[in-house]
Design a binder for this molecule. Structure first.
Ligand code: FAD
Length: 384
């Protein structure tokens, strides 16, 4: 797969790997356990161009293929998965503008997203609606040339440190089908837009997840992505294929990190006069872990390649996301078993993989939904 990379792609990947070794790995444990926003690393990510990774070059981005993007995300997640969330939700917001924005919106927003001057994320989920996005209640009412927005969003990544969000609302709550009454706005923090609280969570530390409240929040009509009401659902779900490839790549990174740490430890730790890697019980686990990690990576590259060819790939992205996230969960638990008591220690990375992995089963569409999507696609592609 690496053979498909251009020289430029290879250079970017190498620069990211060097940065991870030099500036990230030595600080992960401290930042993770302090749940501290990695300010300095965010600046370094901007210098590397990561905030513009998938933004087209004509708007100042790197214009990377999904394949190269997936490889970068995989490497970052192998070192500290939280960092990938800081630029990935930002890039999903940017992709809403790239795919659906007016020429004026692209020219105004994308160059500032690409440099990281403006950073943000995607605000879809509400306290009463996650998987069933069409059940959201946040409402935008027309008011002169603009809109007034009221509602609450929850679990929004980058909610505290980001300043602008692709915000999914209802412009016509009575519409049938429901998605025809949905629109997406670019909401920049200001009067009427507050962060009500930071949400405490099991893992995914360092990156902020927050609840956002909109009360009488006014936006100009020029903030309606695409300039036409009723396209919000399409704007939100249209980015999901790339979003799922990204979550799959994070799962691959975690599965591979758990494997690498275990392979090392199995050759150092001794019991009953032997390295534990010489016990067959440990070998069985390592063999299983390596196979899961490899299968997850191949499925992820397969989905990314289909995306790069411009093919419909919701089934492939769903399979990759499902397989890679489950591989991350299984490998992180096996890594903990292999490390014995040390796997449970906060002095090593293994317990973090175990806390981070389950999020990959939830984000960008739960794994229950992935299997349903795969099954529906199987029947659609092979009608009886
Ligand atoms: C750390 C973190 C970060 C997040 N970041 C963001 C973000 O940046 N932006 C954002 O908008 N959201 C974000 N989310 C929210 C996330 O996308 C949702 O949690 C996810 O979509 C699931 O929605 P839910 O939690 O409401 O679960 P629900 O939709 O209530 O689902 C509960 C259970 O029911 C199952 N289920 C639901 N419907 C069906 C069905 N039709 N058939 C079978 N099973 C079904 C689900 O699979 C799940 O097992 C984040 C969440 C977390 C935990």
């Amino acid at each position: 797969m690496a053979a498909a990379l251009s020289d430029d792609d290879r250079m970017i990947l190498e620069a990211v790997e060097k940065w991870l070794e030099r500036d990230v790995r030595p600080h992960v444990l401290k930042l993770e356990h302090a749940d501290e926003w990695p300010e300095e690393m965010v600046g370094q990510m901007a210098e590397l161009g990561l905030f513009g990774a998938t933004i087209p070059e004509e708007y100042g981005g790197l214009g990377l293929s999904a394949t190269t993007y997936a490889m970068i995300v995989e490497k970052i997640a192998e070192t500290w998965m939280s960092l990938s969330g800081i630029f990935n939700s930002h890039l999903i917001m940017a992709s809403c503008v790239t795919r659906m924005g007016t020429p004026e919106q692209k020219a105004e927003w994308l160059p500032r997203f690409a440099t990281g001057e403006l950073r943000g994320g995607l605000a879809l989920t509400e306290p009463d609606a996650g998987t069933d996005l069409q059940g959201i209640r946040t409402r935008a009412r027309r008011d002169g040339n603009g809109y007034v927005i009221d509602g609450t969003k929850t679990w929004i990544s980058n909610g505290i440190h980001g300043s602008v969000f692709a915000l999914l609302v209802k412009t016509d709550p009575e519409a049938t089908p429901r998605h025809k009454g949905m629109s997406m706005f670019l909401a920049e923090k200001g009067e009427g837009f507050t962060v009500s609280r930071k949400l405490e969570k099991l893992g995914y530390k360092g990156i902020d997840s927050a609840e956002l409240v909109f009360e009488n929040f006014r936006v100009g009509g020029d903030r309606l992505i695409g300039g036409v009401e009723g396209k919000g659902f399409q704007t939100a779900v249209g980015g999901l294929e790339l979003g799922r490839i990204n979550v799959a790549a994070r799962g691959c990174g975690l599965a591979s990190a758990a494997l690498k740490d275990s392979v090392q430890y199995a050759q150092i730790r001794k019991t009953f006069g032997k390295k534990i890697g010489e016990h067959q019980a440990i070998q069985l686990m390592l063999g299983e872990m390596a196979t899961r990690a490899r299968a997850a990576t191949l499925l992820t590259y397969d989905a990314a390649a289909a995306y790069d060819r411009g093919e419909r790939c919701d089934m492939e992205a769903g399979m990759a996301k499902y397989a890679a996230s489950e591989a991350a969960v299984a490998n992180s638990l096996d890594a903990m078993r292999i490390h014995g008591g040390y796997g449970y220690s906060k002095e090593l990375h293994v317990e973090r993989y175990y806390r981070d992995a389950p999020l990959m089963c939830i984000g960008e569409g739960t794994n229950e939904m992935q299997r349903i999507i795969i099954a529906r696609q199987l029947m659609e592609r092979s009608p009886a």
